[in-house]
Design a protein around this ligand. Structure first.
Ligand SMILES: C[S@@+](CC[C@H](N)C(=O)[O-])C[C@H]1O[C@@H](n2cnc3c(N)ncnc32)[C@H](O)[C@@H]1O
Length: 337
């Protein structure tokens, strides 16, 4: 049975995905996961038999979506590591990736990463995206706190296994494993996650541009960065995008002052293009849930579902203080299929 693999995505909905699917207002059809991130919801939708359109602004997420959602049968062989590659290209990439050295990884690790990126470049079709998704996961696994915006001084400290043991009673030796060993550890899990579902399509654009590309979908699922929480996805994963020249400007949904007006614009653009919008939020967000509800009511009828949920980043004091919310908006001018 295909299973969503270890992706390590901050703010992911892996543990909530079954609940979100249960609450979907249609039981089949096409769903657009417009802020797809690590694709846990897209993956569950595909499994439950929906046709899925996947989108995220980050290339780091696009490669996951290509590998696990759009891909229906391509698996990666371990012999990929023996692939003959042009040494000149490895050197070129090493120069290109110099911004990662002594910033996220040690210089010799950047050399290893350049070799793996050169192999990925030489692959075709979904094999390339399978390897890129595994490279992304290996990069994250080697970083303390699983994100790319921790200062180098702190990274070095936390990668010192004796220091880590003394301070946190955990050596975290996996930060010091090679990229290749991480990929080898995860390759079966990623291969086993590949399966054929209904037709799926993947995009890598700003949410507003995404809406302009579609004609009609049954549901748009929205899991935007929650304003006023750990939400700087560009900083968490953007250096991966930078390696492949994919960093782009986009509408900012992370600010509490502009969140409502930006969401309002997005929903306005969706008029006539979907029957339902399902929006994930939680009770601790600002703007407050009743402000979000009031904005949504301008477009149709709204039902709110809630479920207890604690994100792993929450501290002791926050335990059980948060509930996950789903706003289900039936659009007034949603055209039925
Ligand atoms: C809360 S995360 C989604 C998590 C996802 N549901 C999961 O389970 O992994 C929000 C996502 O919105 C994306 N994002 C932020 N601004 C965007 C924009 N303007 N257009 C498209 N995606 C955007 C971020 O890159 C991030 O992946």
């Amino acid at each position: 049975m295909a299973k969503y693999p270890k992706v390590n995505y901050i703010g992911n909905k892996e543990k909530l995905a079954d609940w979100i699917i249960e609450e979907m207002p249609v039981k089949n059809g096409m769903v657009l996961d417009i802020f797809a991130g690590g694709c846990s919801v897209s993956y569950a939708l595909k499994k439950y038999g929906y046709s899925v359109v996947v989108n995220d602004i980050l290339y780091a997420d696009y490669v996951i979506a290509k590998a696990l959602i759009e891909n229906s049968d391509t698996r990666l062989r371990e012999s990929v590591f023996e692939k003959k590659i042009n040494e000149k290209r490895v050197e070129e990439l090493e120069k290109k990736f110099v911004f990662l050295a002594e910033c996220l990884y040690y210089t010799e690790e950047v050399r290893e990463l350049s070799r793996l990126a050169a192999i990925a470049e030489a692959l075709k079709g979904y094999e390339k995206y399978m390897l890129l998704a595994l490279i992304r996961r290996a990069m994250i696994r080697k970083l303390p706190y699983s994100r790319m915006n921790v200062p180098w001084e702190q990274i070095q400290k936390l990668r010192d296994e004796d220091y880590s043991y003394m301070k946190y009673k955990r050596k975290r030796a996996y930060h010091n494993q090679s990229f290749e060993s991480h990929i080898r550890e995860n390759i079966d899990e990623y291969n086993n996650a590949v399966f054929a579902g209904k037709e799926c399509k993947v995009y890598n654009c700003d949410a507003l541009d995404m809406v302009r590309k579609i004609d009609f979908v049954d549901v748009v699922y929205m899991d935007p960065p929650y304003p006023s929480t750990m939400n700087n996805y560009d900083a968490f994963y953007g250096m991966f995008d930078e390696m492949f020249d994919k960093r782009r400007r986009h509408v900012d949904y992370t600010q509490k002052s502009s969140f409502l007006s930006n969401m309002d614009k997005l929903i306005k653009e969706l008029a006539g293009k979907t029957q339902y919008i399902v929006l994930s939020q939680n009770t601790r967000v600002h703007p407050k849930p009743d402000e979000i509800e009031a904005m949504l009511r301008n477009y149709g009828s709204v039902v709110i579902k809630e479920k207890k949920h604690n994100y792993q980043v929450t501290g002791k004091g926050n335990k059980n203080s948060s509930k996950e919310l789903l706003f289900i908006l039936e659009m007034e001018d949603g055209r039925a299929k």
